[in-house]
Design a protein around this ligand. Sequence first.
Ligand code: ZN
Ligand code: ZN
Length: 292
Amino acid sequence: MTQKRIRLGAHMSTSRGYEKVPMDSTKIGGNTFQIFPHSPSMWRARLPDEELALKFKSEMSKARITREDALVHSGYLINLASPKDDVREKSIDLLALEMKIVSALGLKCLTFHPGSHLGTGLDNGIERIVRGLEIVFSRNEDNDVLLLLENVAAKGGNIGSRFEELREIIDLCTYRDRLYVTYDTCHGFDSGYDLSSRENVQKLIDGFGGVLGLERLLMIHVNDSKYPLGAGKDRHARIGEGYIGKEGFKHFLSNDFVQGIPWLLETPGGDAEHAEDITIIKNILGLNGAIL
Ligand SMILES: [Zn+2]
Ligand SMILES: [Zn+2]
């Protein structure tokens, strides 16, 4: 079997400036990255000025990172499914602005959590998400940014822990050709998707393909889980230090289809820990010391 070109990186801080991120990613042994488009716990965001955007794009090409391989993660306050009008309106405004930031940076993929219905029921929540997405996309018809629905842990009224829920959102949205999916291994494990054998990994992939179509999967968040299968806790662990473990990741990351999708770490810690996790993943795959 020929080894695919692995695309692997981590969530990176933008505190030194967007333009530092591409080279910082290569310094930790990665060849792609994820960033926030603004402080993730604030409602405030602004477009980068033109000079910064140009510098960022030139650093991207210097680091040989393509726009399709990098990911932007939406702010945590956004909840398109909220029953509260003010929260929903602010969520629509911020998500629409985030798409414009992604476009200004020359990037393509923005991942977000579908939202929580906060006890008002799945159907109502999905209906509000879809209504919100229609507005968000209608404000972004002049760019080609894609929105990626992320599978989440089943807790607190969260929508999108099961593939069927993501499918329903995509089916109901008229902009469905701009809706894709990020698969998070910790959130999936939290929701009962097991990686403990080759067969279970194949079952997961077949399940995804059957419900969503494999072409919808654009990104993978590679995180171990601090809690056992099906716990619904959403607590990420370092690679090999959680219940998925090195064995689980060996089965998952050796899969041919999985190797064709960019992998992004959201494990605890900063650049130093992510550099170690990248090395651990390379070792799991027998790519000891290889430069990606
Ligand atoms: Zn996420
Ligand atoms: Zn994630």
